[in-house]
Ligand binder design. Structure first.
Ligand SMILES: Nc1ncnc2c1ncn2[C@@H]1O[C@H](COP(=O)(O)OP(=O)(O)O)[C@@H](O)[C@H]1O
Ligand SMILES: [Mg+2]
Length: 586
């Protein structure tokens, strides 16, 4: 368990070793002044003042008395510095842990996200590291101070016992120590179990909240408010139950420990009275006893909270241990790209447990030609695009670009060659300019405006306040058609040799679509264009149409050829609707 925490955090500790070291030194000073300094000062001062026959001058008395505030001052300052420095260390670990998690998530293949909900991942990046920060802060600060204080106080007890022939006192202390750690041992497994459940239910809760916020419209339109509330209530109650159980078991340690230490202290006092121990020794030993027991109490609590954070460490570890399966190879291909794509017996399944969704697709897409992919919804068209862009890797076969397997390409370089307008348009809460510049960070203002004009987005951008005005959260105030036009402008701007349009004009009215088609005509001579579309008007223009059915390529050819020879295509055309979603009004 400690190893798990240490393994998760050690690289950050090494980065800030000097800060940790200073915090450690301050913790040591605190522990030593508490456990050793204070009891010895008290013994010395009390003996001289109350029990010595020598008459001291006022100056000498004051000189001795001053030792007490000095001891406390040293303890206070070192304790304070330890906390402040540890806080900085803890924040450093927190921020780097979060950054590393986010970095890892950016690299991970999409299949990982198919298995984990967004909300749960948000919880793992935000809440779980915070728990680790808290425990680390407590551990490194208390984990140095308390054991040292305990050992030092233990040392002063030995010293005082031997010096004052009170060995029995010391023996009582030794025998009692194992009992003090008993509560932690007894309750550990339960705390661990419920803390894991607690973190998982809280993750599920975050997932539900984010899911609901993403579907506010649907919740209202389908009158789901009551159902959503009940479902959330269930999760909230499960999370509350787990938290209650963690707290109940964790907090049980404290009273057990206190009763055990109170029994020991009572025995010590009784002994001191019977053995007629002098006041100076009695008070100093009493203090040493307190200073030795207090750390045990705190360490017990600390062990308890360490069990409580196990769930978070495991959940974070699950992400950090993931090895991205889709990466650039060791010596990646970084050459030029003309835009030809070859499919060699490509098959694909989303996971080992699900059936194959692409079967044995063979074919060549030549450069600077226009390809249309058609087929009913669920036929595998979008999946094929995901394979070209390496969002997923083929399960069997290979995809080649310019004759080189895309798995040999540098991943960034590969994606730079492809402009894509996907089914859903993601817009960021930034200016129009920045949203359009997304795929081409170096584009000038003029180039951006030109691309927006080609995508017939210029007019509505001007009406909405111009290129420097903000889009608003996810561009919610714009219609589906307007959002698509922004996405198309973004793709035009990227100037990549391959342009992919996945139902990119589905939300456009026929007039806008016709205008965009005109723009496409001007650029398609320099690009390989792959369009998944359902309108015959778009498809007819294609140099070659690929017909998909249940993941298989069942026909290839021009509109006229397929109309004559391909039954499946004839069916699609006769329905006047080829695959995908229904055309929506703008
Ligand atoms: N992330 C995913 N995980 C598992 N199955 C998926 C995933 N995405 C799509 N599928 C399945 O793959 C098949 C093909 O989907 P898709 O390529 O989106 O079809 P199309 O674009 O032709 O409508 C469908 O059966 C769909 O349910
Ligand atoms: Mg699709």
């Amino acid at each position: 368990m400690h190893r798990l925490l240490w393994n998760t955090c050690k690289c950050y500790v090494f980065h800030k070793k000097w800060l940790f070291l200073w915090a450690f030194v301050c913790g040591c000073i605190y522990g030593l002044t508490s456990g050793l300094g204070l009891p010895l000062i008290f013994e010395k001062v009390f003996r001289r003042i109350f029990e010595s026959s020598t008459v001291y001058s006022y100056a000498e008395i004051i000189g001795m008395a001053v030792l007490i505030p000095l001891g406390f001052a040293l303890r206070g300052i070192s304790g304070y510095l330890n906390v402040v420095l540890m806080n900085r260390c803890g924040l450093y670990v927190l921020s780097h842990l979060r950054t590393d998690l986010i970095e890892k998530l950016q690299m991970l293949q999409l299949s990982f996200f198919d298995r984990n909900t967004t909300g749960d991942l948000v919880h793992r990046v935000i809440a779980d590291p915070k728990k680790i920060q808290d425990i680390l802060l407590e551990w490194i600060s208390e984990g140095i101070k308390q054991p040292l204080q305990m050992l030092a106080a233990f040392g002063s007890l030995i010293y005082l016992s031997i010096k004052n022939s009170s060995v029995a006192l010391f023996l009582v202390f030794c025998v009692s120590i194992p009992f003090c750690f008993l509560p932690v041992r007894l309750l550990r497994s339960r705390v661990k179990k419920y803390s894991r459940i607690q973190q998982c239910t809280e993750g599920a809760l975050t997932a539900q909240v984010s899911e609901n916020l993403n579907a506010v419209q649907e919740v209202r339109l389908f009158n789901l408010a009551e159902r959503v509330k009940l479902k959330m209530q269930e999760t909230i109650e499960a999370a509350a139950l787990a938290t209650n159980l963690v707290v109940a078991w964790q907090k049980l340690q404290q009273p057990i420990m206190e009763v055990v230490s109170a029994i020991i202290i009572a025995v010590v006092f009784t002994y001191a009275y019977c053995a007629k121990v002098p006041f100076s020794v009695f008070s100093a030993m009493g203090m040493a006893l307190y200073l030795a027991f207090d750390p045990i109490k705190r360490l017990n609590t600390l062990f308890g909270s360490l069990q409580g954070v196990t769930g978070s460490i495991e959940r974070i570890g699950e992400i950090l241990r993931q090895v991205p399966t889709i990466q650039s190879p060791a010596n990646p291909y970084l050459g030029a790209c003309s835009g030809s794509i070859t499919f060699q017996a490509v098959s694909f399944r989303y996971s080992n447990k699900t059936p194959s969704v692409i079967h044995q697709v063979d074919g060549i897409m030549e450069k600077h030609k226009f390809y249309a992919l058609v087929g009913p919804s669920g036929a595998g068209k979008t999946t094929l695009i995901k394979l070209i862009t390496r969002l997923y890797d083929v399960t069997d076969g290979a995809i080649l670009m310019d004759g080189v397997d895309i798995r040999q390409w540098d991943l960034k370089h590969l994606r730079q060659q492809i402009s894509i307008v996907s089914q859903s348009t993601i817009l960021f809460n930034d200016t129009f300019l920045e949203n359009l510049r997304l795929g081409s960070p170096n584009a000038t203002r003029e180039e951006i405006i030109e691309a927006a004009k080609m995508a017939y987005a210029h007019d509505f951008i001007c009406e909405a306040g111009g290129y420097d005005s903000r889009i608003g959260e996810n561009g919610n105030r714009f219609s589906g058609g307007q959002r698509q036009r922004l996405a198309i402008a973004r793709a035009f701007l990227k100037r990549a040799p391959i342009l992919i349009l996945d139902e990119a004009t589905s939300a456009l009215d026929s007039e806008s679509e016709a205008l965009i088609k005109k723009s496409l005509d001007t650029i398609r001579k320099q690009k390989t264009v792959i369009a998944i579309a359902h309108r015959i008007s778009t498809i007819q223009q294609a140099d070659c149409i690929w017909v998909f059915e249940k993941g298989s390529l069942v026909g290839k050819g021009t509109h006229e050829e397929l109309l004559k020879t391909n039954f499946r295509y004839q069916q699609l055309v006769s329905k006047q609707l080829i695959g995908g979603s229904q055309p929506k009004s703008n």
